[in-house]
Every structure is written in C-alpha cells, then in structure tokens.
Design a protein around this ligand. Structure first.
Ligand SMILES: [Zn+2]
Length: 260
C-alpha cells in the first residue's frame, strides 16, 4: 500500500473527516447569539468545529516542515513543536512519525474519535458569547476600518481553563470545506468550472482569503487557547508571555513574507 493507491487514499480521507463518537467525545458547548443573520446557525457552527478538527487532522497527518507553506511562516527549528500543536488539537499521540504504514492505525485509534478531552472546557458562540464582558465583545464592532471575524476570550484568573471563542456572522460568508471541495452550482461559471476559491485549482502560491473557511478561522482561534496547548513539549520556552502575564500564541505580527 502507498499513498497513491486510490482505495488507500479513500480510506485515509474518510478517517481524516471529523467524525466522532458523540456519546464519548469531549464536545464543546455551542451557543447561538440572538439576532444572527446566519442561516441554520446551529448546523453551521457545528460544521465549523468539525472542519477545524478535520484541518488539524490533515495538517498533523501530512505534516512536512520542508513544505513551502510551512517555511513561509515557521522556523525549521520549531517544526516538532508546530507538528505537536496540530496533533494535540487532533488528539493524535505525539510520539511516532506518521507514514503510509501506520496512518490507518493511528487515525483509527479511539482517542482520535473521542476528541481532545480539553474540549469540555471550550465554549464556542456564533456571535458574541454572553459570558464575555461587554467591553470585550468584538462581533459587530469596527476595528481599523474592518469588522472582527472571530475572537477568543481567555482569562485564566477569572475563567480558569475555559476558553470562550466567538465566531462573528461574517465568518460564515466563507464556504465550508465540503462546499470548497464540491462547489454548489451557483459557485460555478457558465461552463461548469468552479469559481476561484473553490476546489484547489488556481489558488496560486500566496495566502489569500480564497483559502479561508469557518473551520480555518475556528482552528486559528484555538491556537490562542493556552490551556489547550500548554502541555505541548517546550510550550513555555517557545511561546512568549502576553501583556496579561501568561504565555499565549499571539497573532502573526508580520511583516508578511515576500513569498506568502
Ligand atoms: Zn488571532
């Protein structure tokens, strides 16, 4: 078996898609804010979470520190740490290298389907989570001429390990992973070709909004959650303290890489 065998690839793909034993899985609490303009908000929020887990599984399983997308933003010396971050979110053991010989066994492991146990301390809201202090609620507000897509509220002193992640309505203007892979008819031109941003064609070699999805934004917000990642080896050494005095992965401050 190798990665290019079609049946093997189909099996791997099905294992990467975020399915889980809902009776066993540590699931986050979901909350829908009043007055949302998002259609079917509960389903969309659940899908954003599932897509975030799928993205983490794919990145953890196919991780390659020599890939151009990796080298644009990360240092080679941090490769093991970055890989371990994605594995932690996907609840894949940190130890063995993943290759064609063991990927089926690793992705089939019960732990992957039961999800990261720390998710029982995660609350995801579509719109502002009402537990976030009013002055910190960012959905619907304008910053530097733009509106917030999402934000995380992490306050170990007041909330302990709990993370309050809010995905604002505009996040759901982006397509789900399934819509990107299988574009609906209104996302195709007259010849039936997918519009830019759908399927993997024509994306170019620079990072753009065409590559964004609600799941990707959800996964980004999880990176700010100290409790989720603090047990990743070398977290305290690699991640700086924020202004509030605890280590936290910060937003990328630029400058944008010339090739990204
Ligand atoms: Zn951020």
């Amino acid at each position: 078996m190798n990665f290019f065998d079609t049946r093997f690839l189909t099996l791997v793909t099905s294992l990467l898609l975020a399915t889980f034993h809902s009776s066993l899985a540590a699931l986050p609490q979901l909350f829908i804010a009043e007055g949302t303009s998002v259609q079917e908000p509960q389903e969309q929020l659940e899908q954003a979470f599932k897509d975030a887990i799928t993205l983490a599984r794919v990145t953890a399983s196919l991780f390659d520190a020599c890939e151009p997308a990796y080298t644009r933003y990360f240092r080679a010396i941090d490769a093991v740490f970055v890989k371990d971050v994605f594995r932690t979110i996907a609840n894949i053991p940190l130890g063995p290298n993943i290759d064609a010989n063991n990927i089926i066994n690793i992705l089939s492991d019960a732990s992957v389907y039961e999800l990261q146990p720390k998710f029982d301390k995660l609350e995801i809201a579509l719109g502002n989570n009402p537990s976030v202090p009013l002055s910190k609620q960012a959905c619907g507000k304008t910053f530097d001429g733009g509106t917030a897509f999402a934000y995380s509220y992490i306050d170990p002193a007041a909330l302990g390990p709990v993370a309050l992640i809010s995905l604002c309505d505009d996040t759901f203007l982006f397509p789900t992973l399934d819509q990107i892979e299988n574009p609906p008819s209104d996302k195709k031109d007259a010849q039936g070709n997918p519009l830019l941003g759908f399927t993997c064609d024509g994306l170019g070699d620079h990072d753009t909004d065409w590559m964004t999805s609600p799941g990707g934004i959800m996964l980004h917000e999880m990176m700010h959650w100290t409790y989720l990642l603090e047990d990743v080896p070398n977290y305290d050494d690699i991640i700086d303290e924020n202004d509030d005095g605890f280590p936290q992965i910060a937003d990328f401050g630029g400058p944008d890489p010339p090739d990204g």
